[in-house]
Structures are given as structure tokens and as C-alpha cells.
Write a protein of this length. Structure first.
Length: 330
């Protein structure tokens, strides 16, 4: 039997999607090993009973509610450490995002627990009944590593969008208020500005043509080459990106393609500076036509492309843009 504790981030009366995915994943995996999934929420008066109870619809049976500054890591570490001490949870599970990484790392240090980051799947361990294992890609996403936990507590931190949200109707979680004495250092930071999304929303799933950029663009401004090419194509065309550049802040999360992003199947997929790691491949391999531009002739993406161009994308993309404009103009 193993109980899972998740942290749920909220903002303006709504729960963060990656947090809800973590609750759903925690509930599914806890059920496999005979346990339950509980949630922790930290905030003020906006955390109403009804809002907290709604987490039951995602699989949480109990919600531990504490007062404190929401969106900061250290107060959450204090709350989760107390809840784990009082209730003996075996695993703490976080959705993707920088705050989850910071809280999970702080909790691991506080509790002397093992921690695995960038997790894409959590499974029951057939070799050790009642235990969970965490899987994460390694070696540029070409292999999968499996983590097992020796101690009483394991910390699991997912990649962004790694866990699917599963919602059912009618379930209501029990809300338990928790009084926590925050550590002196936990109140030193103050929230200056809050935002749930990096960049504008991007709709890539319904596009007929996608121009996707990767690390090979060299810098955030390199995406202007992709934008120019997409504009030349016109019609139902959009720009997308790999996980690496999204995590680096070069492009909005809504435009991410791959196992932890979105799955697309456009008529034409043009990959600029994308190596083609397996995690990216699963998100775009069903495209009707795949064209890849990369200066590395050994890039994995050439193995499943219909057309591969080895060369400098900074020279090729502008010429391709000009050629399309000339063809359409003619």
C-alpha cells in the first residue's frame, strides 16, 4: 500500500493544468498499489471549499489546505513536509514546471528523499509489489531510465504536459485545514508578478502546414525565420517548436510538439534545426510529408523524413521563403 501526495497550483480561481495531470496520475498509480492520492493547496480566501472539493473529480480523496503565499516554493515545502510527517505518504508527485522542480528539490533535501526529475511515466513495480517506479528519458531522449526509491519517501517531478488529465463527475474530496508554522526563510520572498503562460497561445493541432524550429535556430530571434516562412505559405499554417527551445523560453508552451507536448499530423511538416529525438518523433511522425533542414548529416530526423536538406538553415530558410513568395506571386 502506498499513498501519493500531490501539489496543486492555482491562480485566479482555477487549478493549473499540469497540477491536475499530476493528481490524475497520482490517483491512477496509487490505486494500482492499494493506496490513495491526496493533494496539497496553499493560498488565501480564494481557496474555497467548493474549489478544493472539486479535486475529487481528478482522483484526490483528501485535500490538505493551508494558508500562505501561493506561487512561492518554500512555504509549500513547509506544508508538504508537515503533511507527510503527519500522514506518512510514500510518494510526492509534481506536474511539470519550474515551481514543481523547486518545491520537489526543496522537499527532497528537507526529507532526505530520493528525487527523479523530467519524469514522463510512473508505473507500479512488478518486482516489488506496493512500490512505484519513475521513468525518464536520458541520452538526448534516446533511452529510458527507471528510478526506484530505497527510502520511505520518493519525490517524482514530471515534465511539462507529461501526465494526462482524467476527470470524472460527482466525486468530492474531503477538505482538511492544516496549520503550519512557516520557517523564517520561507517568508523572505514576495510575489512581484504572476503569470501562468509563457507567451501567447498557439494553435498547432489543426494546421495544414507546420514550420517547426529547434535548437539549431541558435537563439529566440531565429524563430523569425520560421514566422517569415509560415507567412509566405499563408493559409492554415502555424509555427511550432521542440521541448528544448520551449523550456529555454524561446517559444510558448502551447506550440510544443512531442511526447510531453502536442501530437500533430499536418499535410506538410517542415523541421528547421531539429535533431529528431524520439520524444519529438512521437508527436509528429504521422505528418503526411516531412521535410527536414539540418547542418548535421547524421541527425536522427533524416531517418524518417521524406526530404532531407543538409545545410545552414539561416541561408536556406530565407531562400525558401523568397521562392514560395515568387511562386505564389506568379
Amino acid at each position: 500500500m502506498a499513498d501519493v501526495l500531490t501539489y496543486v497550483l492555482h491562480y485566479e480561481g482555477e487549478f493549473n493544468k499540469n497540477s491536475l495531470g499530476a493528481v490524475s496520475e497520482g490517483a491512477a498509480r496509487a490505486a494500482e498499489v492499494g493506496g490513495q492520492c491526496h493533494a496539497v493547496v496553499v493560498g488565501g480566501e480564494d481557496l474555497t471549499d467548493a474549489l478544493c472539493q472539486s479535486l475529487g473529480g481528478y482522483g484526490a480523496t483528501k485535500v490538505f489546505r493551508a494558508k500562505g503565499p501561493e506561487g512561492l516554493a518554500q512555504p509549500v515545502v513547509d506544508v508538504m513536509a508537515k503533511v507527510i510527517d503527519d500522514h506518512g505518504h510514500n510518494y510526492a508527485l509534481f506536474g511539470g514546471g519550474l515551481l514543481g522542480f523547486e518545491i520537489g528539490a526543496g522537499l527532497a533535501a528537507r526529507k532526505h528523499a530520493g528525487v527523479t526529475m523530467e519524469v514522463t511515466a510512473v508505473k507500479s513495480d512488478p518486482a516489488h509489489p506496493g512500490k512505484l517506479v519513475a521513468e525518464r528519458p536520458i541520452l538526448q531522449d534516446s533511452k529510458i531510465s527507471v528510478s526506484r526509491y530505497k527510502g520511505d519517501l520518493g519525490i517524482i517531478i514530471g515534465r511539462i504536459n507529461a501526465f494526462e488529465i482524467r476527470q470524472s463527475d460527482g466525486a468530492s474530496a474531503e477538505v482538511i485545514d492544516v496549520d503550519v508554522d512557516l520557517q523564517p526563510w520561507s517568508t523572505k520572498a514576495t510575489m512581484v508578478q504572476r503569470g501562468e503562460q509563457r507567451g501567447a497561445d498557439v494553435d498547432i493541432e489543426g494546421a495544414d502546414i507546420l514550420v517547426a524550429g529547434g535548437r539549431g535556430l541558435g537563439k529566440p530571434e531565429g524563430f523569425q525565420l520560421c514566422e517569415d516562412l509560415a507567412a509566405a505559405f499563408g493559409g492554415n499554417t502555424a509555427v511550432a517548436a521542440t521541448r528544448a527551445v520551449v523550456d529555454a523560453g524561446w517559444f510558448p508552451y502551447a506550440g510544443q510538439i512531442g511526447q510531453t507536448g502536442k501530437t500533430v499530423s499536418p499535410k506538410l511538416y517542415l523541421a528547421a534545426g531539429i535533431s529528431g529525438a524520439i520524444q519529438h518523433k512521437v508527436g509528429m511522425q504521422s505528418s503526411e510529408n516531412i521535410v527536414a533542414i539540418n547542418k548535421d548529416a547524421n541527425a536522427p530526423i533524416f531517418e524518417f523524413s521524406d526530404l532531407g536538406i543538409v545545410g545552414d538553415l539561416n541561408k536556406i530558410l530565407p531562400k525558401l521563403t523568397d521562392a514560395i513568395k515568387a511562386r505564389k506571386g506568379g
